[in-house]
Design a protein around this ligand. Structure first.
Ligand code: BES
Ligand code: ZN
Ligand code: ZN
Length: 462
């Protein structure tokens, strides 16, 4: 579906790109002939981040591109390049650390990304880049593919991506890496003990399912990933207003993230055993839809009163997290576009992290910082547990309180995670609302590189 810009391994000739900060520019200028100094000055080029200046050879060809930078380690520092450069092959000059070279390559690829499956006249960037020296080509390619997978799945209209199609995507991924993939769908979910997944999904003409991928050697530690796969969230009978419903094709963003993470883990052949659980549903009003104040059974046995049918994500995740816990994994990671409240608190670009393990939270926040893939921790504040009380059932799914919605949602999930499980929950937006270089409006991976870095560190080959 997607396309990116091109990286090549060889070229007869290439144009030099020189990344320069403001200080670097001063040093560089001292070594240049007067003509170049004057040209730089006449153009007012001061190496502001993202700015470019072309230098010409005596033959009138572009000989160098001066590229203003403020940092080199984030892919976003580089992503402006492909669409700003004319046709040709380029190389990056100057010594880059491996991490910078990888950021440059990934930024270049993402800088040319567009979701073009539904467009006839899709324009492709014409500039090519020689792979920067020191970049791990396989690693960068896998990251690009994983990010494209998230973006493409999230941006695909819900009409073309229902629970069944999401399951096909999971099967496709499993096939590529020789993983097993089991899918339970429709009423069979009830018999298999996923009553909440079925209750949420049965309001739609498109049957719900539970996707279960497993991969890796039995001797390796088990990591279970859980992703919210709401292919469209209309709100159900508690129908969302149109402005809030508009983006809800992205409500399977959590599922997209865990599939992409599985792609990364399996590509890198990390020494771990992987399980991916995705409850996939469409939350729709209709004659079979769950109602406000219905009481649902869950896999764990707890009964949940439906406070609001629009709080559907936590219900399907409850069953999946319970099943995840039963496997006694070393680690559970869930990704979910779970609450509007997390967005009110932290905005669209900063996913909220919740964890029942301080050491894990610390490691993940460090990885997030090192990867330029930010996360922010919010507390599983037990003082708010009372908000989940129901008069007639074990739990209420949606408190009436207008406060702390991201926290109460996370506390709800925690009730379905066994006390002995080490668990992290990421409440992500999975969407770029504003255009930035390398980040077009549409689906977006958030926290993906951070979690992958954590997994690489935690389960490195001994
Ligand atoms: N999918 C939404 C959460 C969401 C909304 C994520 C907007 C990102 C942007 C979720 O299912 C939902 O509707 N949550 C409600 C819960 C409420 C009814 C308790 C919310 O956050 O308002
Ligand atoms: Zn909802
Ligand atoms: Zn939702």
């Amino acid at each position: 579906m997607a396309s990116g810009s091109v990286l090549v391994s060889k070229a007869a000739k290439s144009v030099s790109i020189l990344p320069l900060g403001a200080d670097g520019l001063k040093v560089w200028l001292k070594r240049q002939p007067t003509m170049v100094r004057k040209w730089v000055q006449a153009n007012g080029f001061q190496a502001a981040a993202g700015s470019l200046l072309f230098l010409s050879s005596r033959q009138g060809e572009i000989s160098h591109v001066l590229f203003g930078v403020s940092g080199l380690e984030s892919p976003w520092d580089w992503a402006v390049l492909p669409k700003s450069l004319p046709e040709g092959t380029y190389r990056i000059d100057g010594r880059l650390k491996a991490k910078e070279a990888e950021a440059a390559a990934l930024g270049w690829l993402l800088g040319g990304y567009r979701f073009d499956g539904y467009k006839k006249d899709a324009e492709k960037p014409k500039a090519k880049l020689l792979w920067p020296t020191g970049a791990d080509k396989n690693g960068v390619t896998a990251l690009f593919e994983a990010i494209c997978l998230v973006r493409d799945l999230v941006s695909t209209p819900a009409s073309d991506l229902g629970p069944r199609e999401l399951a096909s995507e999971a099967r496709k991924l499993a096939r590529r890496f020789k993983a097993r993939c089991k899918v339970i769908s429709g009423p069979a979910l009830e018999k298999a003990g996923y009553p909440a997944v079925y209750a949420v999904g049965k309001g739609s003409a498109r049957p719900p399912c539970l996707i279960d991928i497993s991969w890796g050697r039995a001797s390796h530690p088990l990591v279970t990933l859980v992703g919210k796969g709401v292919c469209f969230d209309s709100g159900g009978l508690d129908l969302k207003p149109s402005s809030a419903m508009k983006l809800m094709k992205k409500d399977m963003g959590g599922a997209a993230h865990v599939l992409a993470l599985a792609h990364l883990v399996m590509s890198a052949k990390l020494p771990l055993r992987l399980r991916v659980l995705i409850p996939a549903v469409e939350n729709m009003p209709g004659p079979n839809a769950m109602r406000p104040m219905d009481v649902l059974k869950t896999r764990l046995g707890l009964r949940v009163e439906v406070g609001n049918t629009d709080a559907e994500g936590r219900l399907i995740l409850a069953d999946a997290l319970c099943e995840a816990s039963r496997g006694k994994p070393d680690l559970i990671v869930d990704f979910a576009t779970l609450t509007g409240a997390a967005r009110s608190a932290l905005g669209p670009d900063l996913p909220a992290l919740f964890s029942n393990d301080d050491g894990l939270a610390k490691d993940l926040l460090e990885a997030a910082q090192a990867e330029n893939d930010p996360l922010w921790r919010l507390p599983l504040w037990s003082g708010y547990e009372d908000m989940l009380k129901s008069k007639i059932a074990d739990l209420n799914s949606a408190p009436d309180s207008p406060f702390a919605g991201a926290i109460t949602a996370a506390l709800f999930l925690q009730r379905f995670v066994s006390k002995t499980s080490v668990w992290v929950h990421l409440d992500v937006f999975a969407w770029n609302g504003a255009e930035r270089p390398g980040r077009p409006v549409g689906g977006e991976a958030m926290g993906l590189r951070a979690v992958f870095a954590l997994l690489k560190k935690r389960y490195k080959n001994k």
